[in-house]
Design a binder for this molecule. Sequence first.
Ligand code: ADP
Ligand code: ADP
Length: 227
Amino acid sequence: HHELVIDSLQVRYRNTLALDGVSFATSCGNRVALVGPNGAGKSTLLKAIAGLVPRSGGTISWRRTAVKRWSREFAYLPQREEVDWSFPITVRGLVEMGRYPQTGIFGRFGDADHAAVENALQSLDLLDLQKRQIRELSGGQQQRAFLARAIAQEAHVLLLDEPFTGLDRNASRQLGDLLERLAHEGRLVVASHHDLATVPKLFDEALLLKTRPIAFGTAEEALSAKN
Ligand code: ADP
Ligand code: ADP
């Protein structure tokens, strides 16, 4: 049973204090929403957990060890606007990238690597789409391809920046079911989410955030703390 423990986290960009005094703990099997207005520090928190921005204070630990950069345990999905969706790569190619921490970029794919890719494609229902270019897919299909990459990587923690933004109702429901399943299988899902009203339906826990933490608890507790 693995715990993510964040204690007194502070992140400062040159002139901006983006996060201050952020502490909370959660564990595998949960879906945690990071909720707050624009500029609240949601993306920064995801990047700090992923090891993509440096901490100016506090600690982040996972499995009782300090978080290292580029750990394969963490899969980070940037916000849609930060991804170059025109990049020429197939669904299968993207999912194969999930194995690079194990194989190296020019490394040889072994049986275990092929099996992990196959399993990820199948588990996200992408076998029929595997030869398609990412740029030709719908938003929901693109999200699934990125999640498949995380599964191939064997990441235990999925860090997702606004995964529901821009999805239609159907794709949104599918992604909700999928995150529930991934958490049920023992992964930890941490996602920024701007719509407080849908948090109880889509997440188990929520951190309300505005540079500093405002409330942390079950999704329902967080919702009532805001009101
Ligand atoms: P609104 O007036 O609808 O709350 P905001 O821009 O203030 O608009 O908030 C955007 C989103 O962030 C909304 O979902 C809102 O409920 C949520 N939110 C606003 N303030 C906070 C806060 N201090 N902490 C957490 N969530 C907030
Ligand atoms: P959110 O995801 O909740 O909208 P962000 O984490 O993106 O919030 O931003 C938190 C604060 O940090 C904002 O004031 C933002 O302008 C600032 N910020 C974010 N990224 C950078 C950066 N690379 N350099 C400087 N300031 C940044």
